[in-house]
Write a protein that binds this ligand. Structure first.
Ligand code: PHE
Length: 339
């Protein structure tokens, strides 16, 4: 019996050393240590042994069981290590391989121009102010010194939601909101969407974007306005740009002006961009009307201010030579990819 036990151990250890996967190992475990395993079978025959032999064989059998268990464990460790090494080898990453090119998005040209404008004015110390697109008639017209019978109030120009509520037709109501809840010095720009009851064509859209500017402080003059807009034109259209002011009328500014910039396409000699004019109109501006300041509880005898409103689509189209505004809203990637 002793010999039998020892040969089982020898055989088992050899097989364990050769086991090449975990399944085979499991089978060996069952074959030797399982209920019907070889070792178990032999131990069942111990009843036939004499009382002297029994403890000796018993101890030997236990030792062998122990050493088989150890052998199985170490074979298991060996196999899992081998398995892991193989897997790691198969998963090696070649960091020198060229990467997969993913299509990347781009900023919409309107956003690019908006961001350039914001950067410029933030650099001058302006803050960004925002207001709702659904706005009171009062903030959109009344407080801006636009009388009841003014053509801008006509339903042909403005989308009315109710008698007193409109889709804001310009960003100027944000001026009012800001002046109502702040005291000078005020230096803000208000970028945002505006709505007008226009039919879509190459130069009109019922929704477009403006950037409004407002400065109110003691001793603000038209000279400050001109200097600011001159620097703005250089920042957006290039160092050589000059501006000119043409007298105009806005109810909320006095005096008011339309502002042109020297054509960046031809430097005033006439080209497709300026339609032969040499100059391109870019914005409306003026000194804040005393009635507007007063309405916002700012004393016009102490404070003065200037304001301006820029159409973002117009500037973007001019800057990039886009001749149809609809291209800016259709979001055809073939168009957008060009910027
Ligand atoms: N709100 C004017 C418009 O939409 C633009 C403007 C703003 C003019 C501020 C002067 C001052 O046409």
């Amino acid at each position: 019996m002793k010999q039998q036990l020892e040969s089982i151990q020898k055989q088992a250890m050899e097989k364990l050393a050769q086991a090449s996967d975990l399944k085979e190992l499991e089978e060996l475990k069952v074959a030797y240590l399982g209920k019907k395993g070889e070792l178990t079978q032999i131990l069942k025959g111990m009843g036939t042994l004499s009382p002297q032999e029994r403890p000796i064989i018993g101890q030997l059998a236990n030792e062998i069981r122990g050493s088989l268990e150890e052998g199985i464990l170490s074979a298991k460790n060996r196999l899992t290590r081998e398995l892991r090494n193989e897997r790691l080898k198969a998963e090696v990453i070649d960091v020198t391989m060229p990467g997969k090119m993913r299509p990347v998005g781009k900023k919409h040209p309107l956003t690019t121009v908006m961001d350039e404008m914001k950067d410029f004015f933030l650099g001058l110390g302006y803050e960004i102010a925002e207001g709702p697109e659904i706005e009171l008639d009062y903030n959109s017209f009344e407080a801006l010194n636009i009388p009841k019978n003014h053509p801008a109030r006509d339903a042909q120009d403005t989308f009315y939601i109710s008698e007193n509520v409109v889709l804001r037709p310009h960003t100027s109501p944000v001026q009012i909101r800001h002046m109502m809840s702040n005291t000078p010095p005020i230096r803000i720009i208000c970028p945002g969407r505006v709505y007008r009851s226009d039919t879509v064509d190459a130069t009109h859209s019922p929704v477009f974007h403006q950037v409004e500017g407002l400065v109110v402080d003691k001793g603000v003059t038209m000279g400050d306005l001109v200097g600011t807009l001159q620097a703005f034109a250089k920042a957006i259209f290039g160092e050589n740009s000059r501006i000119r002011l043409r007298p105009h009328h806005f109810p909320f500014t006095e005096p008011s002006a339309e502002v042109d910039v020297s054509c960046w396409g031809c430097d005033c000699s006439g080209c497709r961009i300026c339609k032969g004019e040499g100059w391109v109109e870019i914005l409306g501006a003026g000194m804040v009307h005393p009635n507007v300041l007063r309405e916002c509880k700012i004393d016009p005898d102490i404070y003065s201010g200037f304001a301006f409103g820029v159409g973002v689509e117009r500037i973007t189209m001019g800057k990039y030579g886009i001749d149809d505004m609809r291209l800016l809203f259709e979001n055809d990637v073939r168009f957008l990819k060009q910027f």
